[in-house]
Design a protein around this ligand. Sequence first.
Ligand code: CTP
Ligand code: MG
Length: 252
Amino acid sequence: MNATAAVAAAVVPAAGRGERLGPGAPKALRELGGVPLLVHAVRALTRSRAVGLVVVAAPADGVAGVVALLDSHGLEGKDIRVVAGGATRQESVRLGLAAIPAEVGIVLVHDAARPLVPVEVVDAVASAVRAGAEAVVPAVPLADTVKRVEPVPGGPEPVLDTPDRATLRAVQTPQGFRRETLAGVHAKALAEEGAADGTGLPPVTDDAGLVERFGGRVVVVPGHEEAFKVTRPLDLVLAEAVLARRRAADAY
Ligand code: CTP
Ligand code: MG
């Protein structure tokens, strides 16, 4: 078998501003244990033997800086490319996907904002795609009960209903896809956005959501609590604690 076809490529959307994290550098460049979130996330991917290439979608005005940053953190020996990201996560993923060589058959998409994903999750997602799934998401059960509401800024918000928690999952990344599936749904979404009649749907917050929108089949594999997304300031506190625990464990 062609070696390139057997190995997955990963797209890392890293072009967000991190507004919910508060003022400061773009989120992917904020530090965790003295190392930018993006570097943690890229390392987590390159640690997996399933991943042969990583394409980072960087803030459009920060491509050269991101290249230098990855080099300065000892990632220069890996096959890592950096492209300019877009205005939405969906666009950033599409631009990253366009930089992957045509012969690569499996693509993972991993948020730069999930720096601590264990390599076992990366491997499990890639394996499930290799085993035949067209779209795979890692996910964990929810701790909280969830209610659907009618949004009212400032509240109070009327509750519509309470979905059965046992059927709900919080999804993470990396999400894995057959390349043609992912490229196909991104192309369709782009065509829809361009529709002049204004019926275009809003961008999705994860790639599996696009596969679902166009009728594809998505399956869930177990995620990991340490694959959480750094979104708000408290997430950074938790991430620092997880990293400190790992470093202490490695020291023994
Ligand atoms: N992302 C991206 N391009 C965008 C927006 C988001 O590549 N235009 C990336 C982020 O860099 C992040 C991932 O998508 O790695 C998940 O998005 P999110 O957690 O929402 O990050 P931000 O958009 O940066 O944060 P916020 O929504 O709080 O501004
Ligand atoms: Mg965002």
